[in-house]
Design a protein around this ligand. Structure first.
Ligand SMILES: [Zn+2]
Length: 102
């Protein structure tokens, strides 16, 4: 075997060990995987503990969902939840204003 043949073999082995890239640009899962999960977006309390989080999920054999807290929502359900969370955020801001005036 010549040196040229040995180098070609080494390159091919390295390429075979590298997993193919995930087709979803939003996916944060490393390496070879079948279940896709996006980056988690969270709100934390004063101790740094998660109050609520959300992320995109796409498990093998299912359809993409939006995980919010411990529940998985369809896109339409997730939009409804987003409306409810916006209303809650407005309420929290009003409570903060009231707390400053109390
Ligand atoms: Zn993925």
């Amino acid at each position: 075997m010549s040196n040229t043949e040995i180098q070609a073999t080494t390159i091919n082995t390295t390429a075979a060990l590298t997993p193919p890239p995930c087709p979803y640009t939003w996916c944060a899962e490393p390496g070879l995987h079948d279940d896709h999960a996006g980056a988690e977006h969270t709100v934390t309390d004063t101790r740094g503990e998660e109050v609520i989080g959300a992320r995109l999920l796409y498990f093998s054999g299912s359809t993409p969902t939006v995980g919010v807290g411990e529940s998985d929502f369809t896109p339409d359900q997730a939009r409804t939840t987003a409306v409810e969370l916006r209303a809650l955020a407005d309420t929290i801001a009003r409570l903060a204003d009231t707390a400053e005036q109390a």
